[in-house]
Design a protein around this ligand. Structure first.
Ligand SMILES: Cc1ncc(COP(=O)(O)O)c(C=O)c1O
Length: 464
C-alpha cells in the first residue's frame, strides 16, 4: 500500500494550507490530507465521512474516561460560569487548585510536600529540571545539574524536556540535547538483550551501566534520573521484573533522586494508581498529565517530596520570589475537570476495572503471536506493545525504511481501529480505561485483521 495523491476535501485542503502538524510526515500529509475527526462516544471516535474507529490509543494515551463523559463537561461548564479564570500568582488562589493539590497529595504513592501545576507533560518535566537545579544551588551543591534519562524515553519537546527525550527526531536540527542530559540504555529485553541474555542478566547489566555512568561523570554532578514506568512513545516498552528496584539501589547509593514521569502510566493504566507501584519503586518527585483530566482540558502536575518542596520554597524565600510559573498554572477550569476525573476514577473503581479486564487484554495480546509478523507481544494492565519482525526466530527486522509499522497502522484504520505505529517497528495499544470486555474483543478482532492485511502486503511487496 502506498499513499496516493488523494483529491482533498475542502476541509483537508484548508488544513494543509494552514496548519503545522506535530510528529507528522508532512510530505505525505500534503498528498493525502489529514483524516478529520468530528465527534466521539465511549471508546469510539468518528470522522467527517461518518466512519467509526475504536480509539485503542486513547488519542495519545490520554482519554482514560473515553469520549462524551458528561460529568467532565458539566464540571468544566460549572466552573466557567462561576469563575472562568484567575491566576494564582502573587497571593491569589482559588478552591479548585487548592482541592486538586490536596487530592493529589492524598492519592500519591510517596510522601508529597507540595504540588505545582502546569499545562503539559513537557512543562511539568521542564519544571522538574528547574526545581532540581534550584535545589542543587540552594543546598550548596551547584555542580549537581546533570539528569540521567534513557534511550527511547519520552519526556516532551520543550528545550530541556526534549534534551531528556531519547528519540533522535526530537533533537535533530534543533541543536539538542543541551549539555546537562545523559542517556543510558532502555530496559527493552526483546530489542536490546544480548544473545542468550536472560531478563535478570539484562537488569544486572543495566544497573552496572548506570553505575559506570555515575562513576564516569562523578556522582556529585548528577541531580536526578528521570524515567517512565513503561516507555510509551519509545515503543510501549515494559521493563523486565526487578529493573526499577535494581536502578533505585544504584541511585540510592549515590544520593541521586528519581523523577517518575507518570504522564502515560498515572491513574490506573498499569493496574495500580501509578506505574511506580506496579514496578516497585518510590520516586521523590512525579510528573502527571494526560489522564489527570482525561485530557478534556490541558493540565499537568509536578508532585515534590517534602524535602524537595521545602528546599525550593526556602530558595524562593531567600531570593524573594519563586521566578517560575505559567499564566495558566492551576487554571480553575482545568483543575475542576481534573478533580472530577479523579472523583470518577475513585467512584467507579477504574483501577479495579483495569485489573478485572487486564487478563483478557493480556490473553488477546498473546494470541497476536499467531501472526508470524509479531515478534513480541507484551502488556501490563491496559497498555501493550508489539514488535513487528521479518523473521521471528532471528528477530530480524524489516528496517524503518520499509515502514511496516506505518502500513499496519493504516490497515488497522481500514478495519476501524486506531493503534500507534512507533519507532523501532513497534505498535502501541493503550485503550480508554473504561473499555469493556466486549470492546476488548472487538479491538483485537480488528487488530488481528489489520495485522493479517499487513502480512499479506509484506508478502505482495516481497518484503518477507
Ligand atoms: C511520558 C511522557 N512524558 C511527557 C510527555 C510530554 O507531554 P506533552 O506532549 O503534554 O508536553 C509525554 C507525551 O506523550 C509522555 O508520554
Amino acid at each position: 500500500m502506498t499513499r496516493t495523491d488523494a483529491i482533498l476535501s475542502k476541509a483537508q485542503a484548508r488544513d494543509v494550507a494552514s496548519l503545522i502538524h506535530p510528529f507528522t510526515d508532512l510530505a505525505a500529509l500534503g498528498r493525502s490530507g489529514p483524516s478529520i475527526l468530528t465527534h466521539g462516544k465511549g471508546v469510539f471516535v468518528y470522522d467527517s465521512d461518518g466512519r467509526e474507529y475504536l480509539e485503542a490509543m486513547s488519542s495519545l494515551w490520554c482519554v482514560a474516561l473515553g469520549w462524551g463523559e458528561e460529568e467532565l463537561v458539566e464540571a468544566a461548564a460549572e466552573q466557567m460560569r462561576k469563575l472562568a479564570f484567575v491566576h494564582i500568582f502573587a497571593g491569589k488562589s482559588h478552591d479548585p487548585a487548592i482541592a486538586l493539590a490536596e487530592k493529589l497529595k492524598e492519592i500519591a504513592p510517596f510522601p508529597v510536600g507540595k504540588v505545582f501545576f502546569a499545562n503539559s507533560g513537557s512543562e511539568a518535566n521542564d519544571s522538574q529540571i528547574k526545581f532540581r537545579w534550584y535545589a542543587a544551588n540552594a543546598k550548596g551543591t551547584p555542580a549537581r545539574k546533570k539528569i540521567v534519562a534513557r534511550q527511547g524515553g519520552y519526556h516532551g519537546v520543550t528545550l530541556a524536556a526534549a534534551s531528556l527525550t531519547g528519540l533522535a527526531p526530537v533533537q535533530q536540527s534543533f541543536d539538542l540535547p543541551l549539555s546537562f542530559a545523559r542517556h543510558v540504555s532502555a530496559p527493552d529485553h526483546y530489542g536490546g538483550a544480548h544473545p542468550g541474555e536472560s531478563e535478570a542478566d539484562l537488569v544486572a547489566r543495566l544497573a552496572a551501566e548506570l553505575e559506570a555512568l555515575i562513576a564516569a561523570e562523578g556522582p556529585d554532578t548528577i541531580a536526578a534520573m528521570i524515567a517512565e514506568p513503561v516507555q510509551g512513545a519509545g515503543g510501549a516498552i515494559i521493563p523486565p521484573a526487578g529493573y526499577f528496584p535494581a536502578i533505585m539501589a544504584v541511585l540510592d547509593r549515590h544520593g541521586i533522586g528519581m523523577i517518575d514521569d507518570e504522564v502515560v502510566c498515572g491513574f490506573g493504566r498499569t493496574g495500580n494508581w501509578f506505574g511506580c507501584e506496579t514496578f516497585g519503586f518510590q520516586p521523590d518527585s512525579m510528573s502527571l498529565a494526560k489522564a489527570l483530566s482525561s485530557a478534556y482540558v490541558p493540565i499537568s502536575a509536578v508532585l515534590l517530596s517534602p524535602e524537595l518542596s521545602e528546599i525550593v520554597e526556602e530558595e524562593a524565600r531567600r531570593i524573594g520570589v519563586l521566578g517560575h510559573g505559567f499564566t495558566y498554572t492551576g487554571h480553575p477550569v482545568a483543575a475542576a475537570v481534573a478533580l472530577k476525573a479523579i472523583e470518577i476514577y475513585q467512584r467507579r473503581d477504574l483501577v479495579g476495572h483495569v485489573r478485572r479486564v487486564a487478563p483478557l487484554f493480556a490473553a488477546r495480546m498473546a494470541k497476536l503471536m499467531d501472526n508470524p509478523l509479531v515478534g513480541e507481544a507484551r502488556s501490563v494492565g491496559l497498555i501493550g506493545g508489539l514488535a513487528l519482525v521479518k523473521d521471528r526466530k532471528s528477530k530480524l527486522r524489516f528496517g524503518e525504511a520499509a515502514r511496516v509499522a506505518q502500513a499496519c497502522g493504516r490497515y488497522c484504520l481500514e478495519e476501524g481501529l486506531v493503534v500507534r505505529p512507533l519507532a523501532g517497528e513497534r505498535i502501541a495499544v493503550c485503550p480508554p480505561l473504561i473499555i469493556t470486555e466486549a470492546e476488548i474483543g472487538l479491538l483485537f478482532d480488528r487488530l488481528e485483521r489489520g495485522l493479517q492485511k499487513t502480512l499479506d502486503w509484506t508478502t505482495r511487496e516481497g518484503l518477507l
